[in-house]
Design a protein around this ligand. Structure first.
Ligand SMILES: Nc1ncnc2c1ncn2[C@@H]1O[C@H](COP(=O)(O)OP(=O)(O)OP(=O)(O)O)[C@@H](O)[C@H]1O
Length: 263
């Protein structure tokens, strides 16, 4: 792996302050470094600030403390170097797959023919060949999320931010999507930061899993995933895999249970 630092999260803290309501400290002292081409996941109990951190990295909300650096440069608003995919697809219903995937390029002023050529490449990588002229409502949930990933990649970001991208999918589709995401990653070698509730998803996909504590979110532990690549779903039955999942689960189990009690 290339060891150049792509993303640096430096001393990030976030407190939400609202009028007439108690302040909510969501994140405290988050420091992390992600290398170029690395696949890193964050897991943690509900409310531990995972989505907040992703939104700060994307520049959608400001941090209260600290800074975000991409390739050594501070970023504090959204930019083409970072693309994000959320749980709910954000496709334009009146545009076809190819127009959706090429949308960011067209917005940036690229002629349609060029935007379509690039879009086609990512449609193919995402396994959507043949569906270029379909509309979002004609696709399954899993396919729509693949269009979303293709669209995020088409603008050639340096970092792909994924916020629970498969959470709305059924368990079987989700597993297939994990293998497809791996092959897309294998092909594009993007730097990826994924947020997920599923520990097995994090271990299956990642080079490293960062475990957050309950609110305020802090980094409890970083766990390397030294499992060989390319990975297939059979890996999930290996002892090494199950051992890693178990170790991470033990780190957050008490907090997840406490959260359940609080409703
Ligand atoms: N705009 C906001 N105003 C006030 N509090 C907020 C705001 N956004 C998030 N929070 C609070 O910050 C904390 C962290 O929320 P966040 O959504 O980042 O957690 P999370 O780890 O992504 O949770 P989940 O796993 O359930 O998605 C929560 O207590 C949440 O209620």
């Amino acid at each position: 792996m290339n060891s150049a630092v792509r993303l640096r999260v430096e001393g990030i803290g976030k407190t939400f302050r609202r009028r007439n309501k108690p302040a909510v400290e969501a994140l405290r002292d988050i420091d992390m470094t992600i290398a170029e081409g690395e696949f890193v996941s964050i897991v943690g109990a509900s409310g531990s600030g995972k989505s907040t951190l992703l939104r700060i990295i994307d520049g959608l909300i400001p941090a209260s403390e600290g800074r975000i650096l991409v390739d050594g440069r501070t970023v504090d608003q959204p930019g083409p170097d970072r693309a994000v995919v959320f749980q709910q697809d954000s496709l334009l219903p009146w545009k076809t797959v190819i127009d959706n995937v090429g949308y960011g390029l067209s917005l940036a002023g690229m002629p349609t023919r060029d935007a379509h050529r690039i879009a086609q490449r990512f449609i193919d990588i995402a396994g959507l060949g043949g569906f270029e002229h379909h509309y979002p409502h004609q696709l399954s949930g899993g396919m729509r999320q693949r269009v979303n990933v293709a669209r995020a990649l088409a603008v050639n970001p340096k970092i792909l931010l994924l916020d629970e991208p498969f959470a709305a999918l059924d368990a079987q589709t989700r597993e297939i999507m994990q293998t497809e995401l791996l092959s897309i990653w294998q092909e594009t070698r993007k730097t990826v930061l994924l947020i997920t509730h599923q520990i097995d998803e994090a271990v299956f996909l990642s080079d490293r899993v960062i475990v957050f504590s309950a609110r305020p979110g802090t980094i409890r532990e970083e766990i390397a995933v030294p499992l060989p690549r390319p990975r297939t779903l059979e890996l999930k039955r290996s002892q090494a895999f199950v051992g890693l999942v178990d170790r991470i689960w033990k780190l957050i189990e008490a907090e997840v249970r406490a959260g359940l009690k609080q409703g």
